[in-house]
Design a protein around this ligand. Structure first.
Ligand code: 0X9
Ligand code: ZN
Length: 418
């Protein structure tokens, strides 16, 4: 009986949900001049404050999550330096609990009813995502291949799906898409799954995108972190390899060996932007590196999905200088932004990472561009939902459909050029 109870709890996810964000507040803090921005930057270096988005070159507010014990001190500092702020969520714990329950219901409903292991009405677990890839490989053997690219630190299979039009031609140019470098950015994983769904299960409508290109998609770069956000700590960002007795995980998007650690990355292992003990210290970034390097010459478009903020970013992320072919990247990104804007009105900001967001070295985008020779390399930051990383399950379908319009337009622009 006890065993059955445990199984039921496990299936419903209740036994696994150990995080507690009770009383956590989320603030929007605005810096309205250079001095205030400096203050905000200093605050963002304090690990007690979880900056969802770092202070940017634009004067948009920064969103910060603060646990109950630190709130008084945080508000005191904001007042001392006269920084404008508002409280976006008074108690994150309440909303996250409701959302977790809603997601479990949607997941289980889908698993009971559908022929596929995933849907776009829930955020799915890593095992379900991998099962979906295998289902497609079995159902469409002439167009789909699924491979295990390697294992995560906690021994999970990191799978890629290669999608072709089945014409048997080898050596085509490649569009490489990944998601889930950052664990908590769940809409990114869903976005990659929707691209897979469209290219495979809606092939007839999208066959032009597969004429001269094969697509290789890695929907969950960081499965350990992703699972951890489902089972324990919803706002986890990094990988999960222990670094010190107190701190786990490396920011995979600071771990690539290209100007590694030069700017916008932390040497402190507890930091959310920890660059790792060495470049490529993480099995997950090694796997992505090897996939990218293996495509040298064929890889024309690298697209990495993140959230949030509605950005289409191109190199460089480590310097404010622009690469010589930045116009190609800009044209592709503008095509994506324009397709989305004209369809739904959603606005994306387009530009180089450093110039429109912030400088941060060791990102996968700079590595794909600067080392693996992808001539177009774009980070797409999908829109915010909830307080940022937590759109409701009912928002997934419209977010991923909109994202797909942008990706289609970018792929078409790349096909015109290469
Ligand atoms: O900081 C990041 O890694 C990305 N933003 S996120 O909020 N998803 O964490 C932006 C990365 C842009 N690219 C580089 N800086 N190389
Ligand atoms: Zn991210």
């Amino acid at each position: 009986m006890l065993k059955l109870f445990a199984v039921v709890l496990l299936l419903s996810g209740v036994a696994l949900a150990t995080d507690n964000y009770d009383g956590y507040k989320i603030y929007d803090v605005k810096a309205s001049n250079a001095f205030e921005k400096q203050i905000l930057l200093r605050l963002s270096a304090n690990e007690d404050y979880d900056f969802f988005d770092l202070p940017r070159s634009l004067e948009a507010p920064s969103r910060v999550m603060v646990k109950p014990a630190d709130q008084e001190g945080f508000e005191h500092l904001l007042e001392k330096y006269s920084l404008d702020f508002s409280v976006v969520s008074e108690d994150l714990g309440v909303s996250l609990r409701q959302e977790r329950e809603e997601n479990q219901n949607q997941r289980l409903m889908n698993l009971r009813s559908a022929g596929r292991s995933i849907s776009f009405t829930a955020f799915h677990r890593h095992a379900e995502i991998n099962a979906y890839l295998d289902e497609l490989a079995a159902a469409y053997p002439s167009r789909v291949t699924v491979e295990v690219a390697g294992k995560s630190y906690e021994n999970r299979d990191i799978k890629t799906i290669t999608i072709t039009n089945g014409d048997g031609k080898t050596g085509k140019n490649v569009i490489f898409l990944d998601a889930g470098i950052h664990a908590r950015e769940w809409i990114a994983h869903a976005g990659a799954l929707y691209v897979i769904h469209q290219l495979v299960e809606n092939f007839a409508a999208n066959s032009d995108l597969l004429k001269n290109f094969d697509w290789i998609i890695l929907p969950v770069v960081n499965p350990d972190g992703y699972e951890y956000t489902h089972t324990s700590t919803r706002m986890w960002r990094k990988t999960r390899k222990p670094i010190s007795s107190a701190c786990y995980g490396t920011d995979a998007n600071r771990n690539f060996d290209f100007h590694w650690g030069e700017v916008g990355a932390s040497s402190y292992s507890c930091s959310d932007t920890f660059k790792g003990e060495t470049a490529f210290s993480e099995p997950e970034t090694q796997i992505l590196r090897d996939l990218l390097l293996g495509l040298s010459g064929r890889g024309k478009f690298y697209l990495t999905l993140h959230s949030y903020g509605n950005y289409l970013l191109y190199p460089w992320g480590w310097t404010s200088a622009l690469p010589s072919n930045w116009r190609d990247n800009d044209e592709v990104a503008q095509a994506g932004a324009e397709a989305i804007r004209s369809a739904t009105g959603t606005k994306y900001t387009v530009g180089s990472s450093t110039n429109v967001l912030y400088a941060a070295a060791g990102g996968s985008d700079d590595y794909a561009f600067g080392v693996a020779n992808f001539p177009v390399s774009i980070t797409m930051e999908l829109p915010a939902g909830g307080t940022g990383f937590n759109p409701s399950t009912s928002q997934i379908q419209s977010f991923v459909a909109e994202t797909w319009l942008g990706i289609q337009a970018m792929a078409k622009k790349v096909a015109e050029k290469f």
